[in-house]
Ligand binder design. Sequence first.
Ligand SMILES: O=C(O)CCC(=O)C(=O)O
Ligand SMILES: [Fe+2]
Length: 273
Amino acid sequence: MNEHLISSKQMAQFVASGYLRLDEMVPKELCDACLVEMRDHHFGYLNVGASFEDTWPKGTALGDAFRLPQVQGFIHSLVGPDPLYDHHAAHLVKGGQTRGPDMHQDSVIDFRENYFDIQLSFFPVDTPDEMGGTFLVPGTQYRSVRTGEIHIYQHMRGKIWATCPAGTIFVWNTGVWHGARSNHTEQDRYMYKLRLNPTRPQVRNFDTADLEDPEIRQILNTNHGWEGNEHRYELMRRVQMWRFVSGQPDYDQGERFMRRIEYRPQAAGVAAG
Ligand SMILES: O=C(O)CCC(=O)C(=O)O
Ligand SMILES: [Fe+2]
């Protein structure tokens, strides 16, 4: 699996943008078999909180897809060993079905710090633009809202969407703002979503060979377009997460805002007069 771990630069991209697009993860034949399973057998919830490894038996199409070394590699890099199954859903947008405003956040009940769940969005068939793959607004994962209160936001700067060949998986932090797009083809559009929880601190589970790459600073500093003047705020949230996942508690960047907010006068031990 080690050869399939994501790089530190990819991890920085995940921290900054909240997602990675991974093409050609699942070969075509297995995609076809997965489609049959997700259409006919696996609608709904399985055993929430069960070990992911025990969730899909070997020899099932989805079980085999999730055990592909390249899939295990990025899952391990992001959530670490022994993740838990949270839930899944085979999302269907029927041929010809239009979707109105749909921007939302899935995971709003989450008070943890320095942990994050991941969601895989697996596209088992070619998903051209007209078919309306899932859209995401990169970098929004640190902006917690109440699920549907962002329905009114349309055409946000920086929005991306899944226009991709069969076998592509988008993996994203559950906090990313996202939604479904209209399907203007006659063919039903399936996307299989799976959410996983970590069971261990998500520290240095990726390939750290390029941890000192100077490009990481630029990646963390990415401006997706919607941040505007608040970009520095976003950067600090990313720095906070980068410190954690890279195991560098003193990492800082920009104008060293982290230093400012971490200075604790009371820790200096001077009693109030
Ligand atoms: O159907 C879609 O593309 C979006 C589905 C969605 O909101 C989700 O996967 O959480
Ligand atoms: Fe959603």
